[in-house]
Design a protein around this ligand. Structure first.
Ligand SMILES: *Cc1c(COP(=O)(O)O)cnc(C)c1O
Length: 379
């Protein structure tokens, strides 16, 4: 039997033909017709007018922070429950991350904690320069109150939608909130280009500037002329071809991941001490990853017991993100709350969630979890 991965790539069928087109036309470069088309198709899908294809989601976050004018010793507020890329990008520009806890009902940034923190900092005359909000595990953050709070203090909001392509909030797509939003096409995300990202915005100034900075900041001149520091962050035309094929099956991928969740929920939902990441009533989660919480006292075994039992059968699962305020590298950074995220990390597990996951593999996952529970009950 082959290993079951957490969230493997899942090609749609047209990718290879589109890649061949790149070869036939010799656009083997970080620019070309697939890059342009991928940007247009993404913008259309998200309902945001402008997009810039990049080599990674992290590159997009880095450029977005640069374009917001964030620099040395500025403060940027972000979610503590996230992948490290969000916080890493803040440090790339020399700024200090401030980590805000999540709300248990969404696993995303708690809007009340953000409001309290900004009120306190306004009183001290030391407001942060930006708020980078993460849409976790396929679910949008609560943008109504988050945007209102940022607007009250005129602080730009940046949306890290790396995990949430295809999700909605009050009928609007993930990636349409804030000054700019960033997607990732890493191998484990909703759709993949092997590696890649996209910066989207309602404001063309940002995507134009991103394109300029991502191609080594070349001033208009026949020779190579530079008046600012540039980066090599553009997406390859070959990889954009993969992205175009993937985008065509995005809706099916969302449906498949939501079906994974429903399967797990109906097969595991009755076990004592086992609960699921909630879907907030304000939108649709893609269920990028199906996440469960284990209360060891009620379940009889721990999150780790389940993870190790799955691993023994060559099935990959992962603890929920370890919050940034608990990471050695971010020791000493300011944190607002943090106990909710810490407890989700303690008891949370992400189950195999790929859109190509077979029914028999899902059944194996479910029966292993039942076995762990039954064994614990027998003592
Ligand atoms: C994956 C991810 C990123 C980084 O995307 P890359 O394309 O891998 O650089 C950023 N933020 C979050 C929340 C992610 O999950």
């Amino acid at each position: 039997m082959t290993r079951v991965y957490l969230s493997p790539p899942h090609m749609g069928g047209e990718e290879l033909r589109l890649v061949e087109e790149a070869f036939e036309t010799n656009w083997i470069a970080p620019l070309g017709p697939h890059v342009d088309a991928f940007e247009q198709e993404m913008a259309l899908k998200i309902g945001v007018p402008h997009a810039c294809a990049l080599s990674s989601g992290t590159a997009g976050l880095h450029l977005a922070l640069l374009m917001l004018g964030i620099g040395r010793d500025d403060e940027v507020v972000t979610s503590t429950l996230t992948f490290s890329a969000t916080a890493n990008a803040i440090t790339y520009v020399g700024a200090q991350p401030v980590f805000v806890d999540c709300h248990a009902s969404t696993w995303n940034m708690d809007p009340e904690l953000l409001a309290e923190y900004l009120e306190r900092r306004a009183g001290q005359g030391k407001l942060p320069k930006a708020v980078a909000v993460v849409d976790l595990y396929g679910q949008c953050a609560d943008y109504g109150p988050l945007q209102a709070t940022c607007a009250r203090y005129a602080i730009p909001l940046l949306e890290d939608a790396a995990e949430s392509l295809g999700a909605t909030y009050q009928g609007r797509s993930a990636g349409s909130f804030g000054e700019m939003a960033v997607f990732s096409f890493n191998g484990n995300k909703m759709i993949t280009t092997a590696g890649g990202g996209m910066l989207v915005s309602h404001n063309k100034t940002y995507t134009d500037r991103a394109r300029f900075l991502a191609t080594q900041a070349r001033d208009p001149a026949p020779h190579y002329q530079h008046s600012t520091i540039g980066y090599n962050y553009r997406l390859s035309n070959v990889l954009a071809a993969i992205g175009r094929g993937q985008l065509r099956v995005l809706d099916e991928r969302v449906a498949a991941r939501r079906a994974n969740f429903s399967f797990y929920q109906s097969a595991l939902g009755d076990l004592p001490g086992l609960t699921f990441m909630p879907e907030a009533p304000y939108g649709m989660s893609t269920r990028w990853l199906t996440c469960i919480l284990i209360d060891p006292a009620a379940f009889g075994a721990s999150r780790e017991d389940i993870r190790l039992a799955l691993e023994k059968q060559d099935i990959e699962s992962r603890p929920v993100w370890k919050p940034m305020h608990l990471q050695p590298v971010f020791q000493g950074c300011a944190t607002v709350g943090g106990d909710v995220a810490a407890s989700l990390f303690e008891s949370g597990l992400c189950l195999p969630s790929g859109s190509s996951l077979s029914l028999s593999d899902k059944q194996r996952v479910v029966s292993i979890i039942h076995e762990v529970h039954d064994a614990a009950r027998r003592g």
